[in-house]
Design a binder for this molecule. Structure first.
Ligand code: GDP
Ligand code: CA
Length: 334
């Protein structure tokens, strides 16, 4: 048993959601009174067919609420696509982005709430009343912040130098088209959503799951005030590497890292975040066994580390990862 009371997680979609499941399972054993807040990336959000889509918020909500399509990692199980097919019959809709019929209900309810004046935080809280994810789910910001990428090649109707939405690059082009950079639109006018900064400064432990360091965690860190809150909190900040043996385990994080000039390795991602003792955001960093050679370099950089299996193959494996992350600083805070 540890004295952990408040744990805060900074999450993207699939990696963040799956790891949080392990955190909850481990806390149930180690600190049953602990409450968990998950701050979610909203940089992937977009308007589609008149609806506000929040891919990462929904992935975390469905995963923790037992409503996720497990094989896919996103969306609902037993989906049908009749509505999308009807929209396509009108020559509308985006053929490269799947919106299942059950999932569409979530987007319709959220859009209705937003159009009636609710903030995204309020809409998320409302949706969570049904899904009961067992955590407090907070968008990083109530203002829209949308990640766009700058194309380095002509493709389809787009030209070199055009910006397209991150989801179009990711889902339509599988991150295979070269880009020169990312731009988070709306950041200048964005503030952290209610409760976000407090969840970081008042936590006993802050956890960075193996989420994409550029377009998930990186976008959350770019919201004014969040990086400073991580630097100043009395909580310990512990991260889990999304890179194993020099490759993104699932997904295309390597294409994102390459674009910002960071090598695809567990060590390089940790150094990119930096040690808190040296102006960065990390106290601890969990790497995979196969990357254990990086342990001395991490120690030299002022980051406490351990090497354990980091494949989230099932809940027991993921729970063991969470246990190892919590064990870097048992009881956390100072
Ligand atoms: P997204 O928003 O759905 O792309 O999800 P996240 O940003 O939360 O997480 C995506 C990242 O999770 C990927 O880039 C992978 O590097 C990482 N990831 C996925 N599965 C695993 C796993 O089993 N182990 C580890 N260590 N990382 C994983
Ligand atoms: Ca995402």
């Amino acid at each position: 048993m540890t004295s952990l009371k408040r744990v805060t997680v900074l999450a993207g979609g699939v990696g963040g959601a799956r790891f949080t499941r392990g955190v909850l399972a481990q806390l149930a054993v180690e600190a049953p009174d602990a409450t968990v807040t998950v701050i979610v990336n909203t940089g992937d959000d977009m308007w589609l067919d008149g609806l506000r889509i929040c891919p990462d918020l929904d992935t975390v909500m469905y995963t923790l609420g037992d409503g996720i399509n497990e094989e896919q990692g996103w969306g609902r199980p037993d989906e049908t696509r009749r509505t999308s097919a009807e929209i396509a019959a009108y020559g509308r809709g985006w053929s490269w982005f799947t919106l299942g019929d059950l999932d569409l209900a979530t987007h319709i309810v959220r859009t209705d709430l937003l159009r009636s004046g609710s903030t995204l935080s309020e809409a998320t809280e409302f949706l969570c009343r049904r899904w009961q994810p067992g955590v407090r789910l907070l968008p990083m910001s109530d203002q829209p912040v949308e990640t766009h990428v700058c194309l380095a090649e002509n493709i389809d109707e787009h030209s070199v130098g055009d910006y397209i939405h991150f989801e179009e690059w990711w889902v339509r082009y599988r991150a295979k088209v070269p880009i020169t950079g990312f731009e988070q639109r709306g950041l200048a006018d964005a503030v952290a959503a209610p409760g976000v900064l407090e969840a970081i400064t008042e936590a006993d432990l802050v956890v960075l799951p193996p989420s994409n360091p550029v377009v998930s965690v990186g976008t959350i860190l770019a919201v004014p005030g969040i990086r400073d809150a991580l630097r100043s909190t009395a909580a310990r900040v512990v991260g889990v590497s999304p890179i194993v043996g020099g490759a993104a385990v699932r997904g295309m994080a390597d294409a994102c890292l390459r674009t910002i000039g960071v090598e695809t390795s567990a060590l390089a991602v940790a150094l990119h975040y930096g040690a808190r003792s040296r102006g960065g955001i990390l106290d601890g960093w969990l790497i995979d066994e196969s990357d254990a050679v990086a342990l001395p370099a991490l120690a030299a950089a002022g980051i406490r580390s351990a090497a354990v299996p980091l494949w989230m193959t099932d809940l027991p494996a993921t729970t063991a990862m969470a246990a190892a992350a919590l064990a870097l600083w048992p009881g956390a805070r100072s």
